[in-house]
Design a protein around this ligand. Structure first.
Ligand SMILES: Cc1cc2nc3c(=O)[nH]c(=O)nc-3n(C[C@H](O)[C@H](O)[C@H](O)COP(=O)(O)OP(=O)(O)OC[C@H]3O[C@@H](n4cnc5c(N)ncnc54)[C@H](O)[C@@H]3O)c2cc1C
Length: 334
């Protein structure tokens, strides 16, 4: 049925044509939204040797692959169980539609009968991204730097690389602040970096009245409005910064992998599930991978880096450690 036929009012045809054109415009626009320049499919050969093998192209893995492959004579392999993110990952408000799909590891808690009462079956979903960018391709994008006092306490415990001044340098190296309001405030401008791959902004709303009312209510009860949550003392209220630009998600894959995908010393392989770390005593020598149904064994001359997320990293270690290793690990500690 055409638009013309469905309307009960008399028409010259101009109105239905206009609405039809608008619909066609929006249908075409969805193709413009999607990020297209993801790294291409790359093949893997059995017994290939690399300097570094990175497991998981998520938040951490994408950055590691970028930084390590800056050294031209290091051969780096990045293995990712998932594939390219779908269009819904690009559109901030649609990221929850990825939960429970093939772009999510689909973990749930088990029903312990006590804590999960809000769910009928007692299972709480725990979304974890399974795609380039990992959970940074489906998270809420809040860009929160953490409080310097926390880093100071880690430093005080003896972690000399975590001094707040050092951490701040790395934040600045990563960032490009884009939000025009924050850029216009000198103190905030000076806090952020301006040449990094990670684009920092705020969400554009079509109706700011709800935000404004909420912020004024918070201010009134003493949670004072601040111009930037990362530069204030983290106590206050305001719009949070987000890894978003031009209304689209900036995942670490978009920021750190897409621009360097043509580096000759970097191989990015999707649909590659690492099933085991090959251990020799206390050293990791390589990995076993299931790549599109084929089992491959790969060697790392320098390091195997596990950045498979907070659930899969320990799972992979548990799958890799034999009873002999357990006694080896237990030995020196007892
Ligand atoms: C729904 C949601 C909302 C969130 N909101 C925010 C937020 O607003 N702000 C914020 O700062 N943080 C947020 N987080 C947390 C943040 O996204 C994570 O802390 C961060 O992404 C973790 O990074 P990671 O590198 O450790 O793991 P991930 O980014 O999850 O990456 C792990 C990668 O390893 C891959 N992988 C796993 N196992 C294997 C295997 N065996 N072989 C090969 N590849 C494998 C995975 O597919 C994945 O791509 C949110 C997280 C979620 C899930």
């Amino acid at each position: 049925m055409s638009c013309n036929q469905s309307c009960i009012y008399p028409t010259t045809g101009a109105a239905p044509n206009t609405f039809m054109s608008a619909m066609q415009f929006f249908m075409t626009a969805q193709c413009l939204v999607q990020t297209k320049d993801w790294p291409p499919e790359m093949e893997l050969k059995d017994s290939e040797v690399f300097d570094f093998i990175i497991v998981g192209a998520g938040t951490a893995g994408s950055i590691l692959a970028n930084r390590l492959s800056e050294i031209k004579n290091w051969k780096v392999l990045l293995l990712e169980a998932g594939e390219n993110p779908p269009i819904e990952s690009d559109i901030p408000n649609l990221s929850t539609s990825l939960y429970g799909t093939k772009f999510d590891w689909q973990y749930t808690t088990t029903n312990n009968g006590i804590t999960n009462q809000a769910y009928k079956d007692g299972k709480v979903p725990w979304p974890r991204g399974k795609m380039l960018g990992g959970s940074s391709s489906m998270n809420v994008m809040a860009y929160v730097q953490g409080h310097p006092r926390d880093y100071q306490s880690w430093f005080n415990e003896g972690n000399t690389e975590w001094h707040p001044d050092i951490v701040k340098q790395y934040f600045r190296k990563a960032e490009t602040l884009q939000d025009p309001v924050r850029l216009s405030i000198p103190r905030v401008y000076n806090h952020y970096g301006h040449n990094g791959p990670l684009l920092i902004n705020t969400f554009n709303g079509t109706d700011d009245s709800l935000d404004a009312n909420l912020l004024s209510a918070l201010d009134e009860i003493g949670i004072k409005n601040v111009d930037d949550l990362n530069t204030a003392d983290n106590f206050g209220s305001g719009k949070f910064t987000a890894t978003v630009s031009e209304g689209k998600r900036v995942s670490t894959a978009l920021a750190y992998l897409n621009p360097i995908q043509s580096r000759k010393n970097l191989k990015i392989v999707k649909n590659a599930v690492v099933t085991k770390i090959i251990l020799e005593g206390k050293y990791a020598r390589g990995v076993e991978v299931n790549h599109k149904g084929t089992k491959l064994t790969l060697t790392a001359k320098r390091e195997v880096i596990l950045s498979a997320g907070s659930l899969n990293t320990p799972q992979l270690l548990m799958l890799s450690v034999s009873k002999a290793h357990c006694s080896y690990i237990k030995g020196p500690m007892t």
